[in-house]
Design a protein around this ligand. Structure first.
Ligand SMILES: [Zn+2]
Length: 235
């Protein structure tokens, strides 16, 4: 098969693409949060990944392409409360809108479009595993990821924990073990959708979603994780 070079965000260099499994290319792309109609900037990464995917297929790879919908999110909840309709009415409306725009751009459909709301059980399971392994802790119905427990934290973006703490935006929550710890599970507040969990009613935090859904559809190791460059750090 033809040699392909791809930019590796961790090493910041172009490297020869060596697939996890010979002849296969597994791609996970961070999808949209459906709370409004897509604009041209939203469309850009999906056009880019469509080109990459088609090229990989063209040179002979068996490509699996997974792209999620973040259908549980503050912005969706705000829009739904503003309009006085349910969160899933908003999510479904703008998922339809997403497909309309992508079809107009001739972007091929993904093989799977997992939605956060349909993977709550798997998300809870992964959070429970992280707690069991000591990487996360519960606090009054919320669960936080402990950034200090992960040695390579910040490696992808090239930022160290010390840099981040020095420039941290003010998010004062004395209960957290480290100010950079982020929520994997958020306890339910009035007017928000919620699901039952071992930590009480609540909903997943944004950061656990990609991990859970990519793991389910592509396994623990896969070849490409795509998304906007502003998403490098949280990943
Ligand atoms: Zn992601």
């Amino acid at each position: 098969m033809r040699e392909i070079k791809v930019y590796n965000t961790i090493t910041r260099e172009k490297e020869v693409f060596k697939p996890v499994k010979e002849g296969e290319a597994k791609i996970y792309v961070c999808g949209v949060t459906p709370y409004n109609h897509p604009h041209i900037g939203n469309a850009r990464p999906f056009v880019t990944w469509d080109v990459i995917r088609r090229y990989l297929t063209h040179v002979g790879y068996k490509v699996t392409y997974v792209q999620n919908f973040t259908d549980v999110d503050d912005k969706i909840i705000n829009t739904s409360n503003g309009e006085g309709v349910s969160w899933d009415t908003i999510a479904n409306r703008y998922i339809d809108s997403y497909f309309e725009v992508m079809d107009a751009l001739h972007v091929k459909h993904a093989d799977v479009y997992p939605r956060v709301s349909e993977h709550i059980d798997e998300i809870i399971e992964m959070i429970a595993t992280l707690i069991k392994k000591g990487f996360a802790y519960e606090l009054d119905g919320d669960v936080y990821y402990s950034v200090e427990k992960f040695e390579d934290y910040g490696k992808l973006s090239g930022r160290t924990l010390d840099d981040m703490e020095a420039g941290a935006r003010v998010d004062v929550d004395d209960r957290k073990q480290n100010p950079m710890d982020f929520a994997l599970w958020k306890s339910a507040k009035p007017g928000e959708p919620y699901w039952e969990s071992p930590w009480g009613n609540g909903r997943p935090g944004w950061h656990i979603e990609c991990s859970t859904m990519s793991n389910k559809y592509l396994g623990e190791e896969f070849d490409f994780h795509g998304g906007g460059s502003d998403l490098i750090f949280p990943h």
